[in-house]
Design a protein around this ligand. Structure first.
Ligand code: FNR
Length: 381
């Protein structure tokens, strides 16, 4: 009933806040340091003014586009977001099914909580993208790419704006760990949300494989796993290793974009990671027009950060984006109601059950035989 009363993303955000333990909500909602970059992302859209044309025949409007050559129902892509099953036990599978039903691509995260094979099996008709962080262990990155390719992922998204972890103060203050652990600070929040506890913790015991060193705070885990020495030379390696399309996500400087595109990538995402990395980073919308004039049609340009409505999508497209990505908006929806309450989305298949996964484990339900474990057991999902 509450969901029926949600008319925009802010309404979903309010419901999500009530339904989720504060530390989990803050992990999604928060950003780096003073969170000014996140606010700026949203404000940049607020400053856009439209001058509508009138007396046009709009009786039939078709928002469909081609994204990297493939038809999409609208210029929208579901951005990669880590630890999605922490927000709701249906996690990536719910998101993938919605993407499949709506007809837009979904990029699953390296920090995902469902394996790429399971996402592919649950939404076989979706346009599947795989987001890569470069791991300190390159052979682990290569193995992930091989698995994604085998599971039919068409596009690799290399995220380049996390050389080191952003300073997310809400997470430091809440003491949130990945996976969530019961401690004096988290207990109160979890106790106030028994529904979340039952759905997330008891149905799918949280297992985050990469966390062999045990649960840790986000910043510590990120710095333990990701390689801060990545440069544009690694793009040449990537171009030789991945046969499909390559998108580089997290670009804000026009000169940087030129170098990236000259190395043969197919698209860039103008993004400040939803303000979660560098506080006071410029708003992507503010650099978009310059980016488009510099790159012309040499690469597709997507934008993310602060997109909260269809009007925002129209503004970004009018200012030069081929499509936008959204992160928090779909996570608020997931936290507010999961997929089953969304009209037309199929429930999880019968027989879907928690499974410990390969050695090192991954956090997730699965059916059928387990895919091979990654070489070093560090697969995060
Ligand atoms: C993210 N984002 C992200 N990006 C990425 O490349 N890999 C990842 O694992 C994650 N994880 C992640 C978790 C959460 C909870 C959020 C909110 C975001 C960033 C994401 O892809 C995207 O850039 C931003 O979310 C876009 O901003 P909005 O739409 O959230 O304002």
């Amino acid at each position: 009933r509450r969901l029926a009363a949600a008319h925009d993303v802010e309404d979903l955000r309010r419901i999500a806040r009530r339904r989720t333990p504060a530390s989990v909500f803050d992990y999604v909602d928060g950003a780096a340091e003073t969170e000014s970059a996140d606010r700026r992302n949203v404000d940049a859209f607020g400053r856009v003014e439209f001058v509508p044309q009138v007396l046009r025949d709009v009786s039939s409007v078709d928002p469909s586009v081609r994204i990297l050559g493939k038809p999409a129902a609208m210029p929208l892509i579901f951005a990669p977001t880590g630890f999605t099953r922490m927000m709701h036990h249906e996690g990536e599978i719910a998101v993938a099914r919605v993407a499949e039903r709506v007809g837009v691509p979904y990029a699953i995260s390296t920090m995902g909580t469902t394996s790429p094979e399971d996402v592919a099996a649950a939404a076989p008709g979706s346009d599947r993208w795989f987001q890569l962080y470069m791991w300190r262990d390159r052979s682990a990155s290569q193995e992930l790419m091989a698995r994604a390719e085998d599971a039919g992922y068409t596009t690799l998204v290399l995220t380049v704006d996390v050389p080191v972890a952003g300073a997310r103060l809400r997470d430091l203050r809440s003491g949130m760990t990945l996976p969530p652990s019961l401690n004096a600070r988290s207990f109160a929040g979890i106790a106030r949300h028994p529904h979340w506890w039952i759905n997330v913790l008891t149905r799918d015991p949280l297992k985050f494989a990469a966390l062999e060193g045990g649960a840790g705070q986000f910043m510590e885990l990120t710095d333990r796993i990701l390689d801060p020495s990545v440069t544009s030379r690694d793009l040449d390696w990537l171009r030789q290793t991945w046969r499909g399309r390559i998108v580089v996500k997290g670009v804000l400087s026009v000169e940087g974009a030129r170098d990236i595109v000259d190395r043969g990538v197919d698209a860039i995402v103008v993004s400040n990671h939803g303000g979660r990395q560098l506080d006071r980073a410029v708003a992507p919308l503010d650099v978009l027009p310059d980016m488009r004039s510099a790159l012309q049609r040499d690469a597709e340009i997507y934008l993310d950060g602060g997109v909260r409505s269809g009007t925002d999508v129209a503004a970004a497209v009018a200012l030069g984006a081929d499509a936008v990505m959204i992160g928090r908006p779909y996570l608020y929806g997931l936290m507010a109601g999961g997929a089953r309450r969304t009209a037309g989305v199929r429930p999880l298949p019968a027989g879907f059950h928690p499974h410990p996964g390969p050695p090192g484990g991954w956090f997730g339900g699965r059916r059928g035989p387990s895919p091979p474990a990654p070489p070093d057991g560090t697969w995060l999902s």
